[in-house]
Design a protein around this ligand. Sequence first.
Ligand SMILES: [Fe+2]
Length: 285
Amino acid sequence: MSVPFDESAIPGRHTITYRIRDSHRGFPVRDVDVLATPEEIRALVRDGFLVRERLLPMAEVERLRAALDETMARDDRLETKGGKAFGGVFIRHLMDKHPAFLEMRDFPPTLSVARAVFGPSVQVRGFTGRVCYPDDPNQETEWHFHQRVVPDPLPPSFAPPQTLDVLLYLDDIDDRNGPLCVVPGSHTWTGRDLDRNEFDDKPGQVVLRLPAGSCVLAYGSLWHRALPTRPGGTLRRLLLFGYGPAWMKPSIYGERPKDGLTARLLQSPDADEETRELLGVSGYM
Ligand SMILES: [Fe+2]
């Protein structure tokens, strides 16, 4: 069912056994086979990101490229924000629009890491494609983070809205076509402002240049940006999906197709409890 990946891109794995403190359901136990080492999970929690270089074999990258191209060609709701930031074209709700993306809902290398940091009950919050074209001047993104709902002062029982986002690159990202830039540790900065239109280097920033098929898992609250494309750059296709606790609302972006693939799956006999949880209709109370 799930999308093939290259095991050698993952240095180790471990199992976490969660016992849920729910006496009404007999204290259910869930084992998670985490496709990362315990040290990697500690580093992810500390730094806010984890890189998997060449996770997808090229045949798989090519299959997903074709699926993305085909889905974009027949979509009538493509988004182009334009302006100085967030250039290129966005396509939302890909899991509803092509089976190749619906299959990624239980992609173990990313789902298991989300369950290692959030617990077993997570949902897929959204699935977006972004395509940047070499001649478009507006593909740089400003510094930003995703869950901008933190109040000041911070209430004592505030629940930080943590999400884990996956940036899966279908093309190389290097200095010519706009690598990703992050500030390690910034996902914990609930007491700091990040202004609009900031494009300058920040102390401690890390620039990630990666080959096609690589993915970056990053907390949604991590400060990040995409660097500008330069002459001679290439097409940059990126899949963006992410996870949050099952009780959190899904991503706000785009319009979910009414009779999309996820709705059909949920109505079919294949919709087991895990599928229902991943698609946001169970796993919370
Ligand atoms: Fe972002």
